[in-house]
Write a protein that binds this ligand. Structure first.
Ligand code: MGP
Length: 199
């Protein structure tokens, strides 16, 4: 969960910046996003209500943001939270996502969604997936029918990488039921929302 080499930024360096506490640096920067589609403007295109909220790169900032704001059980219906690598937008249109897809897990209980979301966030910022470069981010969606989590990845056609990520994710969130992987290309062309892979 901390940067290679220096586990903690030296206290002297932090002190020079006027800080007294050491900071635990993450491997990379991450961004929290929020989309509230609960009151959509008539005729507004998808994405109009999507907002980039915070970018962070320390463990301390992560816990502060998570505790204060980013619990899915606080979301109204039809709203989403996203945690994506900094620089990647949570859209099919983003170049890093354009050829990608997502693993999806349905959650029947709010408490369950919060727990799976937190486990996933910790695994992402802690770089727990072997295929780290393939990960784009994760989305928590609160919907009337059922809540869900989706783990977005980069190269949908790389079945081996996606299967590795799917298996690992199930372990992390403690899910035993089969989960589907769908290609953004299929969602975009509204061909079929059915999974291309299952694990
Ligand atoms: P959704 O929010 O991923 O699923 O996409 P939801 O709301 O759970 O509904 P369901 O269709 O899975 O039952 C809902 C719709 O929003 C899509 O069908 C698209 O029309 C639009 N949409 C979603 N995403 C993630 C994108 C995107 O990245 N780009 C664009 N242009 N439209 C999107």
């Amino acid at each position: 969960m901390v940067s290679e080499g220096g586990m903690v930024e030296p206290i002297e360096a932090a002190a020079e910046k006027g800080e007294t506490k050491p900071r635990h640096m993450l491997e990379r920067k991450w961004t929290f996003w929020f989309d509230n589609q609960s009151k959509p403007k008539q005729g507004a295109a998808w994405g109009t209500s999507l907002r980039k909220l915070y970018t962070f790169d320390t463990v301390e900032e992560f816990w502060c943001l998570y505790d204060q704001i980013f619990r899915p059980s606080k979301l109204p219906a039809n709203a989403d939270f996203h945690l994506f690598k900094a620089g990647i937008e949570p859209k099919w249109e983003d170049p890093e996502c354009a050829n990608g897809g997502k693993w999806t897990v349905i959650s029947s209980r709010k408490a369950n969604l919060d727990a799976m979301w937190l486990e996933t966030l910790m695994a992402l910022i802690g770089e727990q997936f072997e295929e780290n470069d393939e990960i784009c981010g994760v989305v928590a969606s609160v919907r009337q029918r059922q809540d869900k989590l989706a783990l977005w990845t980069k190269t949908a056609s790389n079945e081996a990488a996606q299967m590795g990520i799917g298996r690992k994710w199930k372990e992390i969130i403690d899910v035993t039921d089969k989960i589907p992987y769908s290609f953004h290309d299929d969602s975009r062309s509204q061909k079929s929302s059915r999974g291309r892979y299952n694990v």
